[in-house]
Design a protein around this ligand. Structure first.
Ligand code: HEC
Length: 201
């Protein structure tokens, strides 16, 4: 083996072992002061996001043609940049996540799984669900905060996330075509649907 090749292998291995690895990430409790800084930003963005998505959904459902409306329940349908700019000048990243997801891009990572478990435990113990949850995430010198907002299933959501007999057959066919591994069906009104995750640097 040439020296250059060996060198390349060693570098590749080091990146694999010590690079941007979730295992090096620490998930901590934020202080009261950190919460007081992060909460208002998360509150504002999540409220705006939920309002916009629901308004779009309602309009689409009223207009009929749900199969065309499918793309409405999508973050791409929302003016995220404006919503963020109106709330803060910090760097923000938004995602929706759930164990029962439709789009595999929305599958939870380690920190998000912990947040989902936090809410699932409270629900299982029939305790009150808090309106938000914040994690402090430290990776080496980098710190950011994850603000989570829980989402519940409403009647309008059943049109595309309810049990199969609640979904219009044409809509269902379209959903199955676009999302072959769909897990986001079979929900009932009032069920915990998942979390909006807002990362704030
Ligand atoms: C018109 C059909 C439709 C309706 C009605 C609808 N959704 Fe969706 N929903 C979708 C589709 C399609 C996706 C996948 C979007 C994507 O590719 O990110 C989705 C994705 C989601 C996700 C992201 C996680 C995942 O499963 O991938 C959440 C959370 C969600 N919907 C919640 C809701 C809630 C809450 C309501 C009611 C307020 C609702 N949806 C109503 C079609 C719908």
């Amino acid at each position: 083996m040439k020296r250059q090749q060996l060198f390349f292998i060693i570098i590749s291995l080091s990146i694999g072992l010590f690079g941007c690895n979730e295992k090096n990430t620490k998930i901590l409790e934020p202080s009261a002061e950190e919460i007081s800084q992060i909460k208002p930003i998360g509150d504002k963005i999540s409220k705006e996001l939920v309002t916009t998505l629901q308004k779009e959904l309602k309009a689409a459902v009223q207009k009929g043609g749900l199969d065309e409306a499918i793309n409405v329940c999508n973050m791409k349908a929302v003016p995220l940049t404006t919503i963020i700019a109106n709330a803060t000048d910090r760097v923000v990243n938004i995602k929706r996540t759930s164990y029962k997801y439709r789009n595999p891009d929305n599958a939870p990572n380690e920190a998000e799984k912990k947040a989902l478990d936090h809410f699932k435990t409270l629900i299982k113990e029939q305790r009150e669900i808090p309106p938000f949850y914040i994690q402090k995430i430290v990776n080496g010198k980098e710190t950011h905060y994850n603000y989570y907002k829980p989402m519940k299933v409403k009647a309008v959501c059943l049109n595309c996330h309810g049990s199969d007999n609640k979904i219009n057959p044409e809509t269902l066919r379209e959903i199955k075509k676009l999302y072959p591994g769909d897990k986001a069906v079979g929900y009932k009104e009032g069920d915990f649907r998942g979390l909006i995750r807002i990362s704030i640097e």
